[in-house]
Design a protein around this ligand. Structure first.
Ligand code: GLV
Ligand code: GLV
Length: 322
């Protein structure tokens, strides 16, 4: 019999078609993410799991899966929702989707940065609700990129592409913080490596593209926000967990920083009564970094290809090796 795959969401046709040629496919068809009780039930005896970043894959799920499970493919570049050590311990392979979403996410980061600094959503709201009385010299102004210092926190694939896209806006400097040096890439882009404190104190714009790990968890805390410039625009397109959100709320309320653009936060979805929604200097997006039509198709297809490769005993296309 064919190997079995459980998909935690209805995915694109290209991905489903490919899997259907090789495996028995079942998937969650509900409108939202698969409920945990359903996932626990449906993972039993499956050979592959195709999951989303909304699914927490931990030892309880792995125990329930049993010994057949050979591969977990997550339709995301982030993998903080996976208990990687537990998965590796059981000799289960992990595939993810780096690369294909880099451009889409970098695009979104730039859009979010500009939407925040130039107050696009607030201005749109004013225009629609009668706040637009007349063109006014200082109304709806925000900081410009030209001549500024742009700070990139996390200079991996996505961080580098954000830097490249911001360069034509003519900042004076692009600086980056990264655990390891990225000498060649940085030279090509014209970015300088700095320590975390210098990134905080020198940047006019800070764009975060760090992966969430125990080391980066709540790295942007009260101390960090207090070191930032009062004109600083803070943009996060990585994971909400890298930010101490209470500290960010306080920094925004007290105008310790100028504004924030968030595509990620804690928890997601952000409850409607969260103070962030009350802040005009905060732009909130519902985690849409990779949400370009072609990108999402590619992400689905890559997961399917990895699963097929695993069943054939071929090397994975995009294996997570940590
Ligand atoms: C999105 O956040 C992803 O990890 O792909
Ligand atoms: C703005 O519309 C200008 O003409 O300066």
């Amino acid at each position: 019999s064919k190997p079995s795959v459980y998909i935690t969401r209805e995915v694109n046709k290209e991905a489903l078609d490919l899997l259907n040629t090789q495996c028995d496919v079942t998937f969650w068809t509900g409108p939202g993410p698969v409920p945990r009780s359903e996932l626990l039930k449906n993972i039993e005896n499956k050979h592959a799991l195709f999951c989303m970043l909304t699914d927490r894959i931990d030892s309880a799920i792995l125990d329930r899966a049993g010994n057949n499970l050979k591969i977990i493919a997550t339709m995301s570049v982030g993998y903080d929702h996976l208990d990687v050590p537990e998965i590796k311990k059981r000799n289960i392979k992990i595939a993810y989707t780096p690369g294909v979403l880099t451009d889409a996410t970098a695009e979104l980061a730039v859009a979010l940065l500009l939407a925040t600094s130039r107050r696009l959503l607030e201005a749109n709201e004013e225009a629609r609700t009668g706040g637009w009385q007349a063109w006014s010299p200082f109304w709806m102004c925000g900081p410009g990129l030209k001549g500024s210092t742009v700070g990139i926190a996390g200079f991996g694939r996505i961080g580098q592409e954000i830097a490249k896209r911001l360069k034509p806006f003519n900042p004076e400097r692009i600086i980056y913080y990264n655990r390891s040096e990225r000498k060649k890439e940085a030279e090509e882009i014209g970015a300088e490596r700095v320590n975390f404190d210098d990134l905080l104190t020198q940047s006019d714009f800070i764009s975060v593209s760090l992966s969430l790990t125990p080391e980066t968890k709540e790295m942007f805390n009260e101390a960090a926000f207090s070191k930032m410039k009062t004109n600083a625009v803070f943009v996060n397109t990585s994971r909400g967990g890298v930010v101490d959100q209470q500290a960010l709320i306080k920094a925004l309320q007290q105008k310790k920083i100028w504004g924030a653009g968030l595509d990620v936060m804690t928890p997601e979805p952000l409850p409607l009564d969260n103070p962030l929604f009350k802040l005009k200097n905060c732009v909130i997006l519902p985690h849409i970094g990779s949400a370009a039509v072609e990108t999402r198709k590619e992400m689905g297809l890559i997961c399917a290809k990895n699963i097929v490769a695993a069943f054939k005993g071929d090397p994975l296309l995009t294996e997570l090796k940590t």
